[in-house]
Design a protein around this ligand. Structure first.
Ligand SMILES: [Zn+2]
Length: 73
């Protein structure tokens, strides 16, 4: 199975090791944000995408998560 974002082999949750690491960082940071600003998950992902300080890996993951959110609706 391949990573849902890049051509590397997936490790877990459909992500390769690098994107998985970014995914965990995003989840962790969200816990902090939610305490500070009561932001919604989807809103948070949008912010991540717009934020120039967000790393490329995290942006890839945020984009993918938004796509997944839209698929579920
Ligand atoms: Zn990947």
């Amino acid at each position: 199975m391949k990573c849902s974002i890049c051509p590397r082999d997936a490790q877990e949750r459909g992500y390769c090791a690098l994107h998985l690491q970014a995914y965990h960082a995003i989840r962790e940071k969200y816990q902090v944000w939610v305490k500070a600003s009561d932001i919604g998950w989807r809103e948070y992902l949008d912010q991540l995408q717009k934020n120039s300080l967000t790393g490329e890996w995290a942006k890839d993951v945020a984009k993918q998560l938004i796509r997944e959110e839209e698929k579920d609706v």
